[in-house]
Design a protein around this ligand. Structure first.
Ligand code: NAD
Length: 350
């Protein structure tokens, strides 16, 4: 089905209200998820709703929680999300950093114990909009791992995202990526659509390469992107996000339960502490133009910088609506009923 932004946001908000979420937190989480769909990341959009509803009902997600500043060392902040909606407590931690960076020029924030943060680019874009560079190292814990280490057959980590955004005079450059070859949610989406995944993304239970999204449910694993390099970056996200900023890493087997927690180490940097905004922006935008001026290679229409594909998809989906495959839609409607909405309330959106 195709659904427009406002209707989908309203539906998601109502579902979260059903599990007792305060209205502002329900709306903020819904807006974040729908924006992920708008930007083409269906894996981190409204398809997450069933997991969030289960987590709220099972006590793994505290729908009322706010981020708390637990340690303040000036340019270094430790913030605890208390397993609240990541979209809310992650944004609150980011805002604490954005307030502090005005005084310190650079701030390092340990943002720990967030329920799933969703699309990490959202926090980076918030920093870029305010004129700052930001860098984010995130680990993913709370359930068993799905990603194999380079050279290993057993699953040892998750899709540990890395993100960095750089402001320009117009749209920021936003590198926002899972360190696995693909995000786990993309396996779910491909499974729902019944389509194969790209070569090099998955291993089956024997450790042989496969493109079958069903391989994960059958005990297979996700591959790291870029062989040993992606594996190395995933490990750094685990150690900096989970070990340094957070409270635990994936090796704590007792904490591999049925939820998704993100610990995030985040740096926010004011270009004025170095050579200044003007010279930095001149370099950034000059570099972007330089890259754009490259002739396209065979099979490509043009060169893009990170963040552009998301903006292109967003422009298209704002105009034509957001596609949601039937199976994902059914699971969202089932979650809505589970959250306490009636059949007739759900029907308004179908
Ligand atoms: P992706 O592979 O679609 O894109 C990765 C990056 O590459 C993006 O910055 C994108 O703009 C850029 N890119 C894509 N095509 C490009 C091109 N042709 N030229 C230049 N740049 C290009 O993203 P992904 O790795 O599948 O991650 C998807 C989302 O999943 C991200 O938003 C990430 O934050 C999120 N994620 C979240 C968690 C979590 O636990 N919260 C875990 C993993 C991933």
């Amino acid at each position: 089905m195709i659904i427009d932004r406002e209707k989908l946001t309203q539906f998601a908000t109502e579902i979260f209200l059903g599990v007792d979420t305060p209205i502002d937190k329900a709306r903020e989480t819904a807006e974040h998820l729908v924006e992920a769909n708008l930007k083409g990341h269906d894996s981190h959009g409204v398809g997450m709703i069933p997991r969030y509803v289960s987590a709220a009902k099972n006590g793994f997600l505290d729908v009322h929680a706010n981020a708390e500043l637990v340690k303040d060392k000036g340019a270094v902040l430790l913030v605890d999300g208390h397993q609240g909606f990541g979209q809310v407590v992650g944004r609150q931690a980011t805002d604490m950093g954005l307030e502090r960076v005005k005084d310190t020029g650079i701030v390092c924030i340990g943002s720990r114990n967030n329920h799933h943060l969703g699309r990490i680019g959202t926090y980076a874009e918030r920093c870029a909009e305010a004129g700052y560079v930001s860098v984010h190292f995130v680990n993913v814990v709370g359930h068993p791992p799905f990603v194999s280490p380079w050279g290993g057959r057993d699953k040892r980590m998750q899709t540990n995202p890395f993100c960095c955004a750089v402001p320009t005079d117009d749209d920021p450059i936003v590198l926002d990526m899972a360190t696995s070859a693909i995000a786990l949610g993309k396996v779910r989406v491909a499974g729902m659509k019944g389509v194969p995944l790209p070569e090099g993304s998955l291993f089956d239970v024997q450790g042989s390469p496969t493109t079958d999204p069903g391989a994960i449910a059958a005990g297979g694993s996700l591959a790291p992107f870029g062989a040993h390099k992606g594996y190395g970056l995933a490990l750094i996200c685990e150690l900096l996000g989970g070990g340094l900023a957070g409270e635990w890493t994936m090796q704590d087997v007792a904490k591999q339960q049925d939820t998704t927690i993100n610990h995030m180490l985040m740096f926010i940097i004011d270009p004025d502490v170095f050579g200044g905004q003007d010279s930095f922006r001149r370099e950034v935008m000059g570099m972007r133009d330089w890259l754009h001026s490259s002739d396209p290679a065979v099979g490509f229409d043009r060169v893009r910088t990170p963040g552009e594909p998301e903006r292109e998809t967003m422009a298209e989906r704002l105009e034509k609506g957001i596609p949601v495959d039937e199976q994902s839609w059914d699971t969202i409607c089932t979650a809505a009923i589970k959250a306490g909405m009636s059949e007739s309330e759900v029907k308004v959106y179908t």
